[in-house]
Ligand binder design. Structure first.
Ligand SMILES: Nc1ncnc2c1ncn2[C@@H]1O[C@H](COP(=O)(O)OP(=O)(O)OP(=O)(O)O)[C@@H](O)[C@H]1O
Ligand SMILES: [Mg+2]
Length: 345
């Protein structure tokens, strides 16, 4: 297997008192060595549920999961969906690691940074305390924290937000993982620190040849760092392709909507940002047809009432570019062309 991570037809459902929440519905994503794959989509589209599945972090008693998540470790591989928990624990943090959405709640306030880092190493290298401490110092300096010996003895509150995020990255890298999942790694940070952290991730990726699965709702970040992109809406991938496919030749109306809602320097003053009208649907009662139909401006271009009655398939356009939309390509191309131009300039 050339890929480090292969998610195939992943479905994640949470039974709740109100009914079944279909949070992820048939997601397939691959990540190869040295590659950054972004998952982008509005709040609630299923990005975090997907990434937690890769680490096997859902409670199996309270969650229905199907499909497969194959993670490669040197000569063997593991299907996280069906593997026993003790096997998964051996992979978590070592083969696949994750930077969580909120660094403050992921670091323990009472323990020194150095010992928290060392602990992450000791989980997979029991008893090797000296090696763990050395690795902690090495990783702190790798992520650009000066005087690592001094800083290792400090507590999380003594670090700034940007520094804490660097510590989280250091912690995720303690066991040299093949795949790093970064869930909104920079949302809590100001833009200059954000840029530094993204650059740091890129540098580390080159050095370590890691695959990165980057979760974000920020298209600016996607444009900056991603090689390939999956756009998610209401638990499904609505478009998937190379970063240029998504930015220069978007096919799903939702992708176009996201592009048009990004602020841009140089946009004519009279031109207002165009937010996508309406709200994402409830995941308990998804519409019978396309989940985006109630918010879509292009349904009149599709044949009959297909948008309201039929779920569109994720179909190939060219190479690895695929999208889910009933509007025929030719029709859409004409009306999109002007809009895309507006969205990009
Ligand atoms: N344990 C759970 N039980 C029931 N519903 C859940 C559970 N976990 C997540 N969900 C629902 O699944 C959907 C997807 O959630 P998820 O956290 O993946 O969104 P997200 O795309 O990461 O959003 P955000 O950008 O806000 O982080 C949401 O509607 C959420 O309420
Ligand atoms: Mg999330």
């Amino acid at each position: 297997m050339k890929n480090l991570l292969e998610i195939r037809d992943l479905k994640v459902t949470f039974p709740t008192d109100d009914g079944l929440v279909q949070a992820v519905d048939g997601v397939s994503i691959e990540v190869a060595p040295g590659e950054t794959v972004a998952i982008v989509g509005e709040s609630g589209s299923g990005k975090t549920v997907t990434s937690l599945s890769v680490l096997g972090l859902h409670n199996r008693k309270l969650t229905q999961i199907s499909g497969s998540i194959i993670v490669k470790d040197k000569d063997e591989s593991l299907d996280i969906v069906s593997a026993p928990l003790d096997k998964i624990r051996g992979y978590r943090g070592r083969v696949v690691s994750m930077i969580f959405q909120d660094p403050m709640s992921s670091l323990h306030p009472y323990y020194k940074i150095g010992s928290q880092l060392a602990e992450a190493y000791l989980v997979h290298h029991p008893g090797q305390k000296e090696a763990a401490n050395n690795k902690a110092l090495e990783m702190l300096s790798l992520v650009g924290i000066s005087e690592p010996k001094v800083r290792a003895k400090e507590y999380p509150h003594q670090f700034s937000g940007g520094m804490r995020q660097r510590v989280m990255i250091a912690m995720a890298l303690m066991n040299d993982p093949a795949v790093l999942i970064a869930d909104e790694p920079t949302t809590a940070l100001d833009v200059t620190v954000q840029a530094q952290i993204l650059q740091l991730l890129k540098d580390l990726q080159q050095k370590l040849n890691m695959g990165i699965l980057l979760i974000t709702h920020d298209l600016g970040i996607v444009a900056q760092v991603a090689d390939r992109v999956s756009v998610m809406y209401a638990g499904r991938i609505v478009e998937q392709g190379g970063v240029d496919d998504i930015f220069y030749n978007p096919h799903a109306p939702y992708t176009l909507g996201l592009l048009k809602s990004v602020p841009r320097i140089g946009r004519a003053g009279s031109e207002r940002l165009k937010a996508i009208p309406g709200q994402p649907p409830s995941l308990i009662n998804l519409p019978t047809g396309c989940a985006f139909a109630p918010r879509c401006e292009y349904i009149s271009l599709a044949p009959g009432d297909s948008c309201q009655t039929l779920k569109p398939d994720l179909l190939g356009l060219a190479d690895s570019h695929r999208s889910r939309c009933h509007v025929p390509e030719g029709m859409r191309d004409k009306s999109f062309a002007a809009e895309i131009k507006g969205a990009r300039t």
